[in-house]
Write a protein that binds this ligand. Sequence first.
Ligand code: GLU
Length: 450
Amino acid sequence: MNNKIVTRFAPSPTGYLHIGGARTALFIYLFTRQNNGKYILRIEDTDKERSKLEYEEDILAGLKWLELEHDEFVRQSDNIEYHQSCLKKLIDNNLAYVSKEEVQKEGDREEVIRFRNPNKKITFIDLIHGEIVFDTTDLGDFVIAKDMATPIFHLANVADDMASGVTHIIRGEEHISNTPRQILLFEALGAKTMPIYAHIPLILDRDRAKLSKRKHGASVWVSEYKKNGYLPEALNNYLALLGWSPQAANNNEQGTDDEILFREELLKRFDIKKVQKKGAIFDIEKLNWLNREYLKNQTTEAVAKEINERCPARVKELPLYSTDKLIQLTQILIERINNYGELTDILGRGDFDFFFTTPHPSQELLREGTYLSQTIDIIKNLPVENFSDPEKIKKALWDFASEKGRALVLWPMRVALTGQEKSPDPFTVASILGKEETIKRLAHAEQILS
Ligand code: GLU
């Protein structure tokens, strides 16, 4: 196949994997898979001063976590000889020249290599922005290498794209202004066909400021979402909606069900040509909503594992603590969190300590003890197996509570079991505590009131 689509994601390892970078990788991934193409991950590490292995590792780990697997891996610095040969070719063909220049600081003369700009009009079609016309005259003879051994960004970038036969360049809009220079270099290096470009919109905050480490801190890094226990599938889904929408008109407000798109659906419906031009607003509430939706589909085992790992040590030291009991809280906890990271907060706050330590509610909070002993009798008569299902406990008590007044029966029962003003309903709590502990707590409350 001659016309196989070849794409690349070309991050510079000068920082951790950014949300914007992950979104670019996702769009590239979706487009490439839709077209049975080849997706190259190219680490652009020619800037030796700013590139760090730590950043490269973070980028790789982030992409792996998001399951955006590449087909081929290239490290730009491995191609340095090829870049040098491209530079030599340009000089030999009189398309670039060595320029002796004053270096301001030292007053020394130093050489740089400049591209001989043909000063012409460049027209290219961008899949998102349409036709773009650019007069390159304004760019002057731009620098393409520090010296014969050290080609820099534009040249290395174009040389690698040519060497890999890249057909589609999907990247952030901040690179739009680089495109005319790079097209000139493609032409000068004798490219037979030009890549097709798609420049995807910037990601902005609610004040329409660009997402940046300086202003937004760690929240711009993918690793932060991993750490905070977001699900990678949910983050992918959310990233897909940053600049693209399955709806005809996207007003980017409240999420709707047709925006919940699993990987297979994204692969079916994503369309690079329908990506919007205007900046995409990053909205954590919408990500939280999506993550909650994805949480609903997690297996009990997966959630249990997270709960166990994220439960603070303090809770694990409470007298009635057991891993089994903690795991029984799965349903209660899952309904109350946006991400797994919040498990630590919610358990750490002590809202559910009553499951692991006997409460001593005040008379004032218990309010009313009139029906406690009858409640105990009903509970005593309930077979122990029925405690596995809150509905069965509810059924056993419901008629009695309805007859005597639900608040009068169920409030003291719930407070006896939890010691708290607010908590899950008494049937759910009793089911988790089990028959014996439930009776014990109700009897304890009776004593407090007597
Ligand atoms: N290395 C460039 C960057 O990290 C990307 C260049 C490109 O995609 O063409 O922004």
